[in-house]
Design a binder for this molecule. Sequence first.
Ligand code: ZN
Length: 184
Amino acid sequence: MENKPDIVHIIEQEGFEIKRGKALCPFHSERTPSFIVNRNKQTFHCFGCNEHGDVISFIMKLKGISFKEALIYLGISRGGPVKVNPAIQREKQIQKNYEAAVNSLYENLCQQSRKLHNIRVSVKRNPGALTEQGAAYFAEQMATLAEIDFKIDLLLNGTFEDKIILLRGENNARCGTIKQTAVA
Ligand SMILES: [Zn+2]
């Protein structure tokens, strides 16, 4: 932490008189000073209420403000921005993209799976409602459902390579949305 102001100076500036390293504690009420300011260590400690810290925590406590606000209040700069290795950043971005793609495919497959499961349930409840055409479509959809459930399982339990192959395949296929009109 650069350019921290002197703790004695700040405490006095806030209106507390320090005599031979002691002051009346700002944090609890007392008649004899038990608030010790150590100029060498740039710390304070109260033997009455056990509050202690440095100039930043003193201001945080006194003003009821956050660490960041105390830094601003005291005019302390926090040094330059943190430098990030660009290679690591790129890898993180790739990892992020991969996770996003897996998640979005997973969501998508689950949605399709739910729809098809619902179709299956209503067909089972009332098998006679299907036309011949509808029955053929239904069979097709159930094959799709099996495929979808296989892919979901792969996303959940497959290896990294499995998932990459699946992601590539899905990107190439971009298969159309599933119709829900099979059931009369
Ligand atoms: Zn105290």
